[in-house]
Ligand binder design. Structure first.
Ligand code: PEP
Ligand code: MN
Length: 262
């Protein structure tokens, strides 16, 4: 993952959009895939706003075992339906090595969640698929550890790794995490891999998400992934940090405007 081994920036083409290319990458969607109709409605709206990919968890890493755990394969089917209708690429998390073949069958991008950033058997398994991987930074991991995790995927022969800064744990309590914007220029210096920011998990409150998406782009991120819902108050997970479809439309405009200045 380090620059001396690969001086040119990595560009990853996914359904006609190039991550790390001239346009900032915009990924949006609900935290969890919920109903088929609800997902299609979100997909149509974000497509109109210029998003390139639809996100949505079908297998959810919830802190409590009693919280909604995701729809599983049914959710992946809804995502595939949304791709079919809108042309958006789809991104979804895979939590265990045994499920990699199933999830890889449906998605364009395999998401490795923060909690699994150092699940080495899982990293090797997604590496073997050759599919693009969105590698979230663990909330208690250093940049060095994060890049080593990218290395695990690449060592299996898969160069298609997209880094994602999603906030780290600090002493601060007004925000869920602290979006580590320092990490953006640091990984761009150390690595040729593209890097996105996730301001939704990074701050944990919808009212700050757009500000931090803009800040991430200004820091040099190649794009942003955000949680979006038609009615965030009704979201089955992470509603507090989820923005509306209208707010996403504004965010997309602002991200593109800032990216143009870079
Ligand atoms: C998510 O994207 O909904 C998610 C669970 O993210 P993270 O792994 O960054 O907490
Ligand atoms: Mn979430």
């Amino acid at each position: 993952a380090s620059r001396p081994f690969h001086p040119d920036d990595t560009r990853i083409e996914i359904r006609g959009h190039v991550v790390g290319g001239p346009e900032p990458t915009l990924i949006a969607g609900p935290c969890s895939v919920e109903t088929r109709e609800g997902l299609l409605e979100i997909a149509r709206a974000i497509k109109r706003s210029g998003a390139h990919m639809l996100r949505g968890g079908a297998f959810k890493p919830r802190s409590s075992p009693y919280s909604f755990q995701g729809l599983g394969e049914e959710g992946l089917k809804y995502l595939a339906d949304a791709r079919e209708e809108t042309g958006l690429a789809i991104v979804s998390e895979v939590m265990e090595p045994g499920l990699v073949p199933l999830v890889a069958e449906y998605v364009d991008v395999l998401q490795i969640g923060a909690r699994n950033m150092q699940n080495f058997p899982l990293l090797k398994a997604v590496g073997r698929t050759g599919k693009p991987v969105l590698l979230k930074r663990g909330f208690s991991n250093t940049i060095e550890e994060w890049l080593m995790s990218a290395e695990y995927i690449m060592a299996e022969g898969n160069p298609n790794v997209i880094l994602c800064e999603r906030g780290i744990r600090t002493f601060e309590t007004y925000t869920r995490n602290t979006l580590d914007l320092n990490a953006v220029p640091v990984v761009k210096h150390l690595s040729h891999l593209p890097v996105l920011v996730d301001p939704s998990h990074g701050v944990g409150h919808a009212r700050y998400v757009t500000d931090m998406a803009r800040a991430g782009i200004a820091a040099g991120a190649h794009g942003a992934i955000v949680e979006v819902h038609k009615d965030p108050t009704q979201a089955w997970s992470d509603g507090n940090q989820t923005i509306t479809l209208e707010e996403f439309d504004q965010l997309a405009h602002q991200v593109r405007a800032i990216h143009q200045l870079m």
